[in-house]
Design a protein around this ligand. Structure first.
Ligand code: GLY
Ligand code: MN
Length: 357
């Protein structure tokens, strides 16, 4: 685990006038401590760092957690166990994950630590984690490479008569066989009219000749997500299918050509959105152009009409325009890219010319 992260978190404590940060959310815990289990708590103060977990994760925490004092209390309630440590004092201002912690937990904290001021520090960790280190980019690149290879293998299986669910299962098997820890998220296989639903859940529907099939999937390496989408045609595409596919591909290429550090998430989004609008399909592209990737599948930053912040070197984002037409179907094409000073580096490489299988 990179030793810089605690230092960078402490700089944020100073910036936001916090004496400590309390973490419970798995991705944030993993980022700051290296711990990959499901139950844990970290308290990082200006000059100390504690990690608490339960008996089930004792050995794992001892192996994975670095630069923190690991405690494995008998007490199952980790907030109560933290209180027993006596490190979070009544005089302190403590940040917490307001966007992650349950209301019940918050009330419990207030009861356990009277006098301590708990301050919402939503997105503090997410912002900290958005610019990637080289090793993180390596993991996402590897996850993207597995996804690419798996897609090429899957092409042999995409035939009329196979169900969406079976294709999903086959893809999962192929990705795991190639070294993926697990599917990055629930794979989307959307055929024919189902393609009009950006997040269609694969079902029993059988693929038919003449249909588009959108497959949105990703492998995972060391907890890092890839997120790739390709749309293929079963048999020859008709004129409308060719038109829509060409627009989405052109919109994506325009975004890939224009995305670089220093432009805002909104400007990045507009690169693709304006082109889709020019072609008359504004209302059929109803989601943002992309999102950050990391230990979370949807992370900071966002490429969307509402995101005014500027993109930074070594943030990793998806670029995924789509057109979705009710009762017809849809097309989405998605790649993962690293933002650089003068452009972006595309990590995924599965073919994008319209495949007519
Ligand atoms: N891959 C699914 C999504 O980005 O929403
Ligand atoms: Mn995505």
């Amino acid at each position: 685990m990179n030793s810089d992260r605690l230092k960078r978190l402490r700089a944020e404590l100073e910036r936001f006038d916090l004496d400590a940060m309390l973490l419970r959310y798995a991705s944030n815990l993993r980022y700051i401590s290296g711990y990959s289990g499901s139950n844990g708590l970290a308290l990082v103060t200006r000059d100390a760092a504690f990690f608490l977990t339960d008996f089930r994760y004792k050995t794992q925490a001892q192996q994975e957690v670095s630069q923190m004092q690991v405690r494995v209390p008998v007490e199952a309630d980790l907030f109560a166990a933290l209180a027993e440590q006596g490190v979070l004092k009544a005089s302190m201002v403590c940040g917490f994950e307001g966007n992650r912690l349950s209301y019940e937990s918050y009330v419990h904290l207030e009861q356990l630590f009277p006098g301590t001021e708990f301050r919402d520090a939503s997105m503090l960790m997410e912002t900290l984690a958005s610019v990637k280190e080289e090793s993180e980019i390596r993991d996402i690149r590897q996850a993207a490479a597995i996804s690419d290879k798996a897609f090429l293998e899957l092409l042999n299986e995409i035939k009329p008569g196979i169900s969406e669910r079976r294709l999903d299962a086959k893809l999962s098997y192929i990705m795991k066989s190639l070294g993926s820890e697990r599917d990055s998220f629930d794979t989307i296989v959307a055929s024919g009219v189902n393609g009009a639903k950006p997040h269609h859940k694969p079902g029993d529907k059988l693929l038919r000749k003449g249909e588009f099939v959108t497959i949105d999937f990703g492998a995972m390496v060391n907890g890092y997500h890839a997120d790739v989408t390709r749309t293929v045609c079963l048999g020859n595409a008709d004129e409308k299918q060719k038109e829509i596919y060409a627009i989405v591909l052109q919109a994506q290429q325009r975004a890939l050509d224009g995305i670089r550090a220093g432009i805002s998430g909104k400007e990045a989004d507009a690169l693709a959105r304006d082109l889709i609008a020019q072609k008359g399909y504004t209302e059929y592209f109803g989601h943002g152009l992309g999102h950050g990737l990391g230990y979370e599948i949807h992370a900071e930053p966002r490429l969307s009409p509402k995101y005014e912040e500027k993109l930074q070197v070594n943030q990793v984002v998806t670029v995924e325009p789509g057109i979705y037409i009710p009762d017809w179907g849809g097309v989405r094409i998605e790649d993962d890219v690293v933002i650089k000073e003068k452009g972006c580096l595309v990590l995924s490489a599965a073919p994008k010319t319209l495949l007519e299988l």
